[in-house]
Design a protein around this ligand. Structure first.
Ligand code: FES
Length: 253
């Protein structure tokens, strides 16, 4: 007996940022449970092309959960039903034969739709350009063991640095807040000695950029943490708030 499935896809079509957009439906036959979700979409696109229709536009690059390029909403959940998984790592075995699956883009004002499931995430680049870097001289690469960093700080920095900037936190937040993203970028540098000289300026500038780009405020819903494929903790947002308060009291941007 074949273990292949029939899936009905309800997917978002939108020509560009000013188009109203609409859902379209198409059945995909012969879906293997071992296929990734994106491979299933590739299969959908082959079928659409054969019918003389436009393929569904979606973004991907590494397809290994590393780059943060992929990402859309599956059945109302950013990156789909599994926790800690990007959409490129999601497999069709997590769905059942006959399922109707709805896919739509991140919906947030700072991420305008480019086409179908693709959104423009350059607002994240602008936040990073505002302060998510180190510009002080840190000397040539020293022996890693010559810089004393506590194990706890090293682990916190590593955990925060796992953020791949996919945008799921913004899509999952009812306020379209990017505080989890900003906090991960601020935290991974704040825990390390190389990041400390610019910590106040960094927190201030990134938070100002966050507000100016139209992202909303955090109201502690924690939906961002639940949707994050890298399981970035909201405790980084507490750290960001402390960094920002300290900076706002003593530093000008
Ligand atoms: S395509 Fe790179 S994380 Fe999904």
């Amino acid at each position: 007996m074949s273990d292949h499935m029939r899936i009905t896809l309800r997917f978002w079509r939108q020509k560009g940022p000013d188009d109203k957009g609409h859902f379209e439906t198409h059945r995909v036959d012969d879906v293997s449970p071992h296929q990734s979700f994106l491979e299933m979409l590739d299969q959908l696109n082959d079928a659409l092309l054969k019918e003389g229709k436009e393929p569904l536009a979606f973004d991907s690059d590494c397809r290994e959960g590393i780059c943060g390029t992929c990402g859309f909403v599956i059945n109302g959940q950013a990156h789909g039903p599994l926790r800690g998984v990007t959409v490129c790592q999601l497999h069709m075995r997590n769905f059942r034969d006959g399922d109707v699956i709805t896919v739509e883009p991140w919906r947030a004002r700072p991420f305008p739709v480019v086409k179908d499931l693709i959104v423009d995430k350059r607002a994240f680049d602008q936040i990073l350009m505002a302060g998510g870097y180190i510009s002080v001289k840190t000397g040539s690469a020293p022996d890693a063991n010559a810089i004393p960093i506590s194990r706890k700080d090293a682990e916190e920095a590593f955990d925060a640095a796992a953020c791949i900037g996919c945008g799921a936190c913004v899509a999952a937040c009812k306020n379209a807040s990017a505080m989890l993203f900003v906090s991960a970028k601020v935290a991974h540098l704040a825990y390390l000695p190389q990041g400390r000289p610019e910590r106040k300026r960094r927190a201030l500038r990134m938070m100002i950029a966050h507000e100016m780009l139209g992202f909303g405020n955090c109201t502690n819903e924690s939906e961002c943490e639940a949707a994050c494929p890298k399981e970035i903790s909201v405790k980084n947002i507490s750290l960001l708030n402390r960094e920002f308060t300290r900076a706002a009291l003593t530093q000008t941007a």
